[in-house]
Design a protein around this ligand. Structure first.
Ligand SMILES: [Zn+2]
Length: 296
């Protein structure tokens, strides 16, 4: 069976991993020429912001709106560092696109060239941000291939994470963000560096855990602490959902968890609040957790 390290990204596909077998397309695997095919970075650019490319993707299932009401997502890739991002949005408007792009760029960073397929909302967003832009040649899909490969990588990654966590598709908005952060933090290019190290110059400081892992967390609100005391402990079991992010999609040093009891009791399918916590302790993550998973 694959170890925890494989279960962070599920790259490459593992013949004995149930999640890989359930969620990954056989056809696409056969097409891969090389494990590095997803191109961790691109030779044409060497630093963050030199060339970025972005596009909207539809969700895993067009009918599956996320738990937070997102129907679309904007995928972004920085070609110099290989940094990828997927930001769920409620609409594909110019305003929503601008908001995501502004969040993607850190306070001291700038974009020199933006590469898109020329869709109106993307073009207008570049104009509003005063970014130099280049549009893919119509009828030549390979000119926009980088972002299309990134879309496939992220969607397949999110599907696999949801499959391993045995969570409903509507949690896709959390799975894509967790996948991207852990990809940036751990996926090494041909030169041995991660996108995180190339963009920021240091390694990721948090813990990398499989999405949906059972963890124990210390509640930070009075209400949750009282609930914790009821069980005679200061920690509560939860499910690891990823990381809270700052501008630039950088980690704020808080983890995101779902309280396990709240999640399991949620048979009505209501939104279960995602909690921000400073510390998590990993327990186990396969046995026991998936027995009575509600769909949240
Ligand atoms: Zn796998």
């Amino acid at each position: 069976m694959p170890g925890d390290e494989h279960c962070i990204l599920h790259i490459p596909k593992h013949p004995k991993c149930d999640a890989c077998q359930r969620a990954k397309s056989q056809k696409r695997q056969c097409r891969r020429r090389h494990p590095e095919e997803e191109l961790v970075c691109d030779k044409r650019a060497t630093k963050f912001g030199e060339v970025i490319t972005f596009d909207h993707i539809v969700t895993l299932d067009p009918a599956a709106m996320s738990v937070e009401g997102d129907a679309n997502a904007l995928t972004i890739k920085d070609l110099g560092t290989g940094w990828i991002e997927c930001c769920p949005t409620s609409s594909k408007t110019e305003e929503a696109t601008i908001a995501v792009l502004q969040q993607f760029i850190g306070p001291k960073e700038k974009v020199e060239l933006a590469y898109t397929d020329g869709a109106d909302e993307l073009r207008l967003a570049c104009n509003a941000l005063k970014w130099r832009q280049r549009v893919a040649t119509p009828g030549r899909p390979q000119t926009n291939g980088v972002v299309e490969r990134t879309n496939r990588l992220i969607l397949e990654g999110a599907r696999t994470l949801l499959s391993q966590a045995r969570m409903d598709k509507k949690w896709w908005s959390r799975a894509v963000r967790c996948f991207c952060l852990q990809y940036n933090a751990s996926r090494r290019g041909m030169d041995g560096d991660t996108p995180q190290r190339k963009r920021l110059g240091y390694d990721f400081l948090g813990r990398l855990l499989p999405f949906g892992s059972l963890v124990h967390y210390i509640p930070s609100t009075k209400k949750s602490t009282a609930a914790g005391e009821k069980f005679g402990t200061t920690t509560r079991p939860g499910l690891f959902m990823g990381y809270r992010l700052h501008t630039g999609f950088m980690w704020s040093k808080d983890y995101l968890v779902l309280d396990l009891e709240a999640f399991r009791n949620n048979s009505a399918g209501k939104y279960v609040p995602i909690l921000r916590v400073e510390k998590i302790h990993k327990k186990r993550w396969k046995a026991g957790v998936s027995k009575r998973r509600s769909t949240g």
